[in-house]
Ligand binder design. Structure first.
Ligand SMILES: [Zn+2]
Length: 347
């Protein structure tokens, strides 16, 4: 029997996390948010020099220690250049397409602690000033800029605001919950999965249970650039269960109502024995699950493998539509994922 998942509390935690900006390279606020929430759980947490949050819950047994990982860092941008017109040219943090952020509101974090609001626009945004050809040009960093909500029309005026090359730019998540149970937001990758881990651990704690094996929870902060979970685990680890979004798109098996168990992504297959155990657990507990393959995807579990991790790596997660764009999932997918995590922890 899987103890009940508090879905409302999971979604409340998720909304707070989504509204805490954390582009890769500027994740301290989100890590602090998670650490505060994890204070409800029966184990202590630590933050590593890299900024990873970990905590180890002693299990009934210690002969095959386990870890769960998910990441709080998200896509974002950095100021590459203060332009002659006072606007900002961006460089990307993580892999996204320029069209996916067009028209998005942003917050710019300056070195002096001030924040400014702005909008990402193509340089040819104005319909009344540009030809159809100019307006339909392929988007690149060169023809996309940030219009700052401040009185500036020159490079010097923007510098006088305290905005510099290297400042972090966060995209507005635009979180919206629908009565039908959908959660629409940027950065559900991978904050939705941090929420499923939180809900799973809370369900265990509130039921007075403990994991069957000693289990380390690892919240990483550089996944979107490939090396988030390359480090930070106990040396005697046997299993690493990575919790990250599943790909909902044409020709994919995943959907927004199920947990997906990933068989293979662009970095290769996951550990087959571990995957078969996860599928058997999902079957045994009558969970709604899919097995899927993601063609252009790599996970933090594989980052640990590539760094030399000698463990079984698996990947599960809720289906998320329109990954790295304006994403969407559903409460049901989060619940199924949290339930599979609990089933695994108790197995
Ligand atoms: Zn992710």
């Amino acid at each position: 029997m899987i103890p009940p998942i508090n879905v409302d509390k999971m979604v409340e935690f998720l909304v707070g996390l989504l509204n805490t900006p954390s582009p890769t390279g500027d994740t301290d606020r989100a890590i602090a948010y998670v650490q505060q929430a994890f204070a409800d759980l029966p184990f202590a947490t630590q933050i590593s020099p890299k900024g990873i949050l970990t905590g180890t819950w002693t299990g009934a047994r210690h002969d095959a220690p386990r870890a769960l990982t998910a990441h709080v860092d998200t896509l974002g941008a950095m100021v590459k250049e203060v332009k002659e017109n006072g606007r900002l040219r961006l460089t990307q943090l993580g892999g996204w397409s320029w069209t996916s952020v067009e028209g998005e509101g942003v917050t710019i974090f300056t070195a002096n602690g001030h924040t400014y609001r702005g909008t990402i626009l193509p340089t040819s945004a104005s319909v009344y000033a540009h030809t159809r050809e100019e307006r339909n040009a392929t988007r690149t960093d060169a023809n996309t800029e940030v219009r700052i909500d401040a009185r500036t029309a020159t490079q010097q005026e923007t510098r006088d605001l305290g905005i510099q090359v290297g400042d972090i730019v966060a995209f507005d998540p635009r979180v919206e919950l629908s009565d039908a149970g959908f959660i629409r937001s940027r950065h559900l990758d991978d904050k939705a999965c941090v929420a499923t881990i939180y809900a799973a651990l809370l369900a265990l704690a509130e039921a007075g249970l403990q994991p069957s094996q000693t289990t380390t929870t690892h919240i990483s902060n550089y996944e979107e650039v490939g090396h988030g979970a390359a480090t930070g685990f106990p040396a005697d680890l046997v299993d690493l269960l990575t919790v990250d979004m599943a790909v909902v798109a044409p020709r994919q098996e995943s959907d927004e109502y199920s947990v997906t168990i990933c068989a293979k992504d662009s970095a290769g297959p996951y550990h087959l024995g571990f995957r078969r155990e996860l599928e058997a657990l999902a079957e045994a507990h009558s969970l709604s699950y899919k097995t899927d393959i993601y063609p252009y995807y790599a996970s933090d579990g594989e980052a640990y493998w590539q760094a030399g991790g000698n463990v079984r790596v698996g990947l599960i997660g809720p289906g998320v539509d329109a990954s790295h764009h304006y994403e969407r999932t559903h409460r049901d997918a989060l619940k199924q994922t949290a339930q599979l995590i609990v089933a695994y922890l108790l197995s």
